[in-house]
Design a binder for this molecule. Structure first.
Ligand code: B1M
Length: 229
């Protein structure tokens, strides 16, 4: 009997990872749900970091779909379908993200939502998963969340941080409304903002702190602890 030793080199593993990331990206932008889900399963089996699989695979695909949509090369129905494919693939990766959940004490209560008028929640959901994995207790008030709900929830849970996501230029102003409403209601918790339509400058202008992605949101949330207005 022959025993064949399979010695995967570092280069082989890198190549495998690149292939999987491309398959994830292509599955979303090619509107191939089965291919995207299979690629997500492969990513888990190959030990590809779920954050990388999302950021460098699925999210790359959905952003390209967004660009095509903006150039009128894709219909809204295709945008919707691509988003649902991304969500299905994330379902496969989510347990891996949650595995890293730290069982230590809860660092702070975070109120998180997508602002009123905006129904985009894929990014916000990733931020929730990462914050939970990083030791925060997150109260997700959903998408298209009225400003009053941010305030009410922040008071109810004595929030250490309030997070507001906004993907559209037409809804970023609502983040300012949220900061102002919190301060008027006497809530001093620092506000973290993010989403495709948000910039560092905008955050500074409204008295909030910007996080560019779900990974850095965790680090920024940690740095904001105890730094209320
Ligand atoms: Co729409 N959409 N969409 N969309 N969509 C955008 C945002 C758009 C830029 C596309 C385009 O035209 N190029 C454009 C907005 C243009 C503008 O700014 N005015 C747009 C539009 C116009 C619309 C509709 C109006 C289309 C229509 O109906 N005619 C409509 C909106 C309706 C409404 O909200 N009232 C609409 C609808 C949808 C779908 C429902 C089909 C779907 C969303 C599904 C869902 O979320 N459940 C969708 C999608 C998928 C997109 C794009 C293509 C991708 C968004 C996404 O999921 N990205 C988007 C184009 C783009 O963003 N480039 C687009 C992947 C995700 C992982 O990244 O959300 O950026 P992202 O989140 C990141 C970071 O930003 C950050 O961390 C996340 C993870 O790393 N982050 C935070 C996000 N929130 C954070 C909060 C934080 C910290 C970090 O702290 C609190």
């Amino acid at each position: 009997m022959f025993i064949v030793a399979i010695n995967n080199t570092k280069e082989d593993n890198m190549a495998d990872k690149q292939t999987i990331l491309s398959e994830l990206e292509n599955g979303v932008k090619g509107l191939q749900q089965e291919a995207a889900v299979e690629a997500a399963k492969k990513a888990v089996a190959a030990g590809v970091s779920p954050v990388e699989a999302i950021e460098h695979g699925l999210a790359k695909g959905i952003r390209e779909v967004g660009e095509k949509f903006a150039r009128k090369e894709m219909f809204v129905i295709e945008l919707i379908y691509a988003a649902s494919i991304m969500e299905e693939a994330i379902k496969i990766l989510e347990p891996e993200l949650k595995k890293s959940k730290e069982k230590r004490h809860v660092m702070a209560q975070v109120v998180l939502g997508t602002v009123a008028g905006d129904i985009h929640d894929i990014g916000k959901n990733l931020v929730r998963i990462m914050l939970e994995a990083g030791g925060f207790e997150v109260h997700d008030i959903g998408k298209d969340a009225p400003t009053d709900n941010f305030v009410a929830k922040a008071k109810e849970v004595d929030a250490g941080i309030v997070g507001a996501s906004s993907l559209m230029t037409t809804t970023v102003d609502v983040q300012k409304e949220i900061v102002d409403a919190l301060r008027s209601a006497g809530v001093k918790a620092p506000v973290m903002v993010g989403g495709a339509a948000v910039s560092e400058e905008w955050a500074a202008e409204i008295g909030a702190t910007y996080a560019s992605d779900a990974g850095s949101a965790v680090e920024i949330a940690k740095s904001l602890l105890g730094k209320g207005a």
